[in-house]
Write a protein that binds this ligand. Structure first.
Ligand code: HEC
Length: 176
């Protein structure tokens, strides 16, 4: 039986979500310590993070996250992760929310039942245009949380590796 990488990512997200309910750990230091073969960086805890090269270039995933955030999240959460009257500033949320909590919220959505307003965070778990770019969006928001990346379009970025293109196509279910 063929299990798509999207299904794998989603079941992994559900697993870490239930684990985080017990631990609710805070995010760690965002400093990048290790790069994988897609060009994606992780911090000391192994969570995805951004990396600014000495020449000022942003890693590919954080740059991609800038674009994906502005196509999928901006409409409610405001430009540059700054928040709006409808939805919270995600550049602040990622300072206290763990990576697992972030993923769980985007996969499953959330409805604020205590507020007098009916503010609804939609569930994106079956939306590949979000799920295939969840780490990208997360690392972009992390870079905004420390002001490592200023508001607006990042000036320069590291080239996308062929392995990242292949992984993206596989996640989206496109021909390689
Ligand atoms: C239709 C509007 C809408 C869209 C689109 C949307 N959100 Fe939300 N989001 C909300 C609202 C409203 C809340 C607050 C819900 C609550 O109060 O429980 C929220 C909450 C969140 C939270 C929890 C923040 C916190 O501080 O607790 C995260 C994380 C989040 N959204 C991520 C995203 C991401 C990532 C995207 C884009 C892929 C996105 N959202 C797109 C409306 C939206």
């Amino acid at each position: 039986m063929h299990i798509s990488s999207l299904a794998r990512a989603m079941s992994a997200a559900l697993l870490i979500t239930s684990a985080s309910a017990a631990m609710a750990d805070a995010p760690g230091d965002p400093a990048a310590v290790k790069e994988d073969d897609l060009g994606k960086w992780v911090d000391a805890k192994g969570d995805p993070t951004y990396k600014i090269e000495p020449d000022g270039k942003l890693d590919w995933f954080a740059y991609s996250g800038f674009r994906r955030y502005h196509s999928e999240c901006h409409v409610c959460h405001g430009p540059d992760g700054e928040g709006s009257s409808y939805a919270p500033a995600l550049k602040n949320s990622v300072k206290t929310m763990s990576y697992a909590e972030f993923v769980g919220t985007v996969v499953g959505g959330r409805r604020n039942v205590t507020s007098s307003q009916e503010n609804v965070m939609p569930a994106f778990g079956d939306n590949k245009n979000v799920m295939c770019y969840l780490d990208d969006i997360y690392v972009y928001l992390r870079a905004r949380s420390t002001d490592a990346v200023a508001r607006g379009r990042p000036a320069g970025h590291v080239d996308k590796l062929p392995a990242a293109t292949a992984a993206e196509k596989e996640c989206l279910g496109l021909e390689k």
